[in-house]
Design a protein around this ligand. Structure first.
Ligand SMILES: CC(C)(COP(=O)(O)OP(=O)(O)OC[C@H]1O[C@@H](n2cnc3c(N)ncnc32)[C@H](O)[C@@H]1OP(=O)(O)O)[C@@H](O)C(=O)NCCC(=O)NCCS
Length: 146
């Protein structure tokens, strides 16, 4: 994608991020939660992907000492399989590793093979399970670390 821009998320991006969040997750974060995290949380860092002026994906992280806890990774359905998810995560890791983050972790639904493969491709490894972690369907979470 020639015109793909990866940049830090800003307050003006919150409505587009909320829309993608709703399209991607059965239990989406509310506008208020996203706004608070992106605009007010000094430990959080969010990146968006933009093409033709439209935000088409985002990723977020909480920086806790030398650990990065990845909170959200989402690409709007019509923009998937174009390496946008990978490019956003790589940018997130590049920037935060310069700030001293050495280890990265996230939780993913055990059935979410698309996401698990994306993370494995970036060097994440499954290191544990939280049984029944997801309240909507009782699914296990796989804990991954890089
Ligand atoms: C998971 C998600 C973020 C992937 O975003 P994406 O931009 O489509 O992924 P990319 O194009 O960067 O894929 C990178 C690699 O991940 C793997 N991958 C991505 N989607 C895949 C799929 N549907 N099936 C199998 N492998 C997949 C592949 O190895 C791919 O590399 P390849 O295309 O060269 O084979 C996207 O599917 C999404 O938003 N899903 C809904 C929200 C979600 O589940 N988020 C993760 C929560 S933990």
């Amino acid at each position: 994608m020639a015109d793909l821009i990866i940049r830090q998320a800003e307050e003006k991006d919150v409505p587009a991020i909320e829309e993608i969040e709703k399209q991607c997750f059965t239990v989406p974060w509310s506008y208020e939660s996203l706004h608070k995290d992106i605009v007010e949380n000094g430990l959080a860092f969010y990146v968006v992907a933009q093409t033709d002026g439209r935000v088409c994906g985002y990723v977020g992280i909480w920086k806790i000492l030398d650990e990065g806890h990845i909170t959200n990774v989402a690409v709007a359905p019509e923009f998937r399989r174009k390496h946008i998810g990978r490019a956003m995560l790589q940018a997130l890791i590049d920037v935060t590793s310069q700030e001293g983050i050495e280890k990265y972790t996230l939780e993913v639904r055990a059935s979410n093979q698309a996401a698990i493969r994306l993370y494995e491709g970036l060097g994440f490894k499954a290191e544990g399970i939280r049984p029944g972690y997801y309240e909507d369907n009782g699914e296990d979470a796989v804990i991954m670390w890089r």
